[in-house]
Design a protein around this ligand. Structure first.
Ligand code: AMP
Length: 438
């Protein structure tokens, strides 16, 4: 038997509804914020991620799926979505569009060679959004609000929004030097990765999963204390906008994000009830990345965005009370006798064309078998159709929710069912002209 690759998973039919709920919310909330979907390839030239995500990041150093294609080109399965979106914006000159800022969202699989555990996979899905072309702090707040509104739409309420600022390029440079000076005398007490990171990209040391509780890191200088006046003003404006919207947040001075490209605002939203999962409690991470577009040979345009891990959303959804969902199947046809099979199929087909979900016994089981199958599928209505019914041009319809069974003329069948879907079996037969539905 061939098994799935480590760190991947199948989404089985019974689990698909939960994914569809997340996917529907992505579309609905993105529409509210007027973000448009973009779909980019799953693999790109490796150089895009090396330059876009950063040579010194864990993702590029240790986690990418890189391979040579048959033309000896280095290609990489995308480990995240932002670099691809930016590549596409540059290549298709979307930055020249009249509608600014450019507001885009995406969703789909990403690939990272990480140690699989609950909430961490090698193939996982992200929903991300990017707003390109505006340096306004209002759009930083808008992006955070978009992420929070999406969680609200999924009824995930027990969350903490954490924000921080890394400042502009100058603030980051000043801070990096300070941090290196601070870390140097104690660096041997930190893990081997931190020893490497502190030279290449000291900010990443603060993001270390191994040493996160080490007092050396806890007491390290914080980016907020090294902001230029301009960067400080930007951050204050973001906070004012979040206050105006009425979002609750905390300023987390130690928050830095794992990717190289962030400037100014960075944020994360954690699920409070997933604390036991540690770093895996982070549902979404994002922030401003003003230098990325230019560093990928595009024009000098600022941008801000986020990326949700969709598996984490699924975990967070486990503790959300859900309304009872209607049974998925509207009708199940029980056709009795070989002569009526064709007619019965046509009836089912007509109902489907009217938007009703219908199923059928394709094994031509005996009566008991047919009822058993119907029971398993749990339809709202059982349609019973035999030779007698065919002669009288009627169908016996049983509303399985209240057990009421009625004989309905074929010509009224569709109307009868549609008018009874939401009525839990009223006594109307579909053309009474007195009830609310008729
Ligand atoms: P990042 O692209 O690293 O900023 O991650 C953004 C979000 O993607 C995280 O907050 C997680 O929710 C999710 N994520 C990142 N890596 C993984 C992974 N290996 N498995 C599942 N979700 C992930």
């Amino acid at each position: 038997m061939i098994n799935k690759i480590k760190g991947t998973y199948d989404i089985l039919p019974d689990e698909v509804a939960k994914w569809q709920e997340i996917e529907d919310s992505i579309q609905n909330v993105s529409k509210l914020f007027n973000f448009k979907e973009i779909r980019t390839p799953i693999f790109e030239y490796s150089e895009l991620f090396h330059r876009g995500v950063g040579e010194t990041t864990d993702i590029v150093k240790k986690e990418t799926y890189d391979f040579k294609d048959r033309g000896d080109r280095s290609v990489t399965l995308r480990p995240e979505g932002t670099a691809s979106v930016v590549r596409s914006v540059i290549e298709n000159k979307l930055y020249a569009s009249a509608n600014q800022p450019l507001k885009l969202y995406y969703q789909g699989p990403m690939f990272r060679y990480e140690r699989p555990q609950k909430g961490r996979y090698r193939q996982f899905r992200q929903f991300g959004a990017e707003a390109l072309g505006s340096n306004s702090p209002l759009i930083d707040a808008e992006i955070i609000n978009y992420a929070a509104t999406f969680l609200e739409a999924l009824r995930i309420k027990n969350i903490t929004i954490k924000i921080n600022s890394l400042g502009d390029a100058l603030s980051k440079e000043q801070y990096k030097r300070k941090l290196q000076e601070y870390l140097e005398p104690n660096i041997e007490e930190l893990c081997s990765d931190c020893n490497r990171r502190y030279k290449e990209n000291p900010l990443r040391v603060l993001d270390c999963k191994v040493d996160k509780d080490n007092p050396i890191l806890k007491e390290a200088p914080k980016p907020l204390d090294y902001l230029t006046e301009e960067a400080k003003y930007h951050f204050e404006q973001v906070i004012e906008a979040l206050d105006a919207i009425g979002l609750n947040y905390v300023i987390d001075k130690s928050l830095v994000r794992g990717l190289d490209y962030y400037t100014h605002t960075v944020f994360e939203i954690d699920a409070n009830n997933m604390e036991s999962l540690g770093a895996q409690a982070t549902l979404v991470g994002g922030g401003r990345y003003n230098n990325l577009v230019e560093s990928l040979d595009g024009p000098d345009i600022p941008a801000v965005g986020f990326a949700f891990g969709m598996e984490r959303l699924l975990l967070a959804l486990e503790s959300v009370d859900k309304p009872v969902v209607d049974p998925f199947i509207h009708c199940f046809m029980i056709a009795l006798g070989d002569e009526v099979q064709g007619d019965a199929l046509r009836i089912v087909n007509d109902l489907r064309h009217g938007g009703l979900t219908c199923d059928y016994d394709f094994f031509n089981k005996n009566l008991k078998g047919k009822f058993k199958q119907a029971e398993r599928l749990n339809p709202m209505f059982l349609l019973i159709y035999g030779e007698e019914e065919a002669k009288d041009m009627v169908v016996n319809v049983k509303d399985t929710r209240n057990g009421v069974q009625e004989t309905i003329p074929l010509a009224n069948l569709y109307h009868y069912i549609v008018s009874h879907i939401n009525t839990q079996g009223s006594s109307c037969s579909g053309n009474c002209s007195d009830c609310d539905e008729c």
